[in-house]
Design a protein around this ligand. Structure first.
Ligand code: ZN
Length: 140
């Protein structure tokens, strides 16, 4: 799944926060969320799946969304790093995306917490759910 990224964490809380980081950075970067889940699927414990063309107009926004997973895990998210590498022109571009994603994560810490709580409550969220959470609705 080129537009989704798997997480490899131990607790549901850690998976929810990781996926919430992808969701918030992706949506704030202009991407539309298809859905995100913390229900295990195959070898993944969770993922966030966005609409977008990684070789077209969504390339930079997708790079930021992938970089969010790397930033959230302090650089220790090899799956996200590989996805990021696939849409960046080189190492400096990857580092710039990780630093920019980290800034977005810091600014939107409270929203990430609300999205993570909603994921823990429902297991799966859609783009409409995220819009409702951003408006202050759908608090679990
Ligand atoms: Zn990830």
């Amino acid at each position: 799944m080129p537009l989704a990224c798997g997480a490899a964490h131990v607790t549901p809380e850690a998976v929810a926060k990781h996926e919430a980081a992808h969701i918030v950075v992706g949506v704030r970067s202009g991407l539309k969320l298809k859905h995100a889940t913390i229900n295990p699927t195959g070898t993944m414990l969770g993922y966030a799946w966005f609409h977008g063309n990684p070789q077209g107009i969504h390339r930079e926004a997708l790079a930021l969304m992938y970089a969010a997973g790397v930033a959230w895990e302090n650089g220790r998210s090899p799956g996200d790093r590989a996805l990021l590498r696939g849409v960046c022109s080189g190492r400096l571009a990857e580092l710039a995306m990780i630093r920019a994603a980290d800034c977005i994560l810091v600014v939107h810490g409270a929203l990430i917490e609300r999205v993570a709580r909603a994921l823990l409550h429902t297991g799966t969220l859609t783009g409409a759910d995220i819009s409702a959470i951003a408006r202050g609705e759908h608090e679990p």
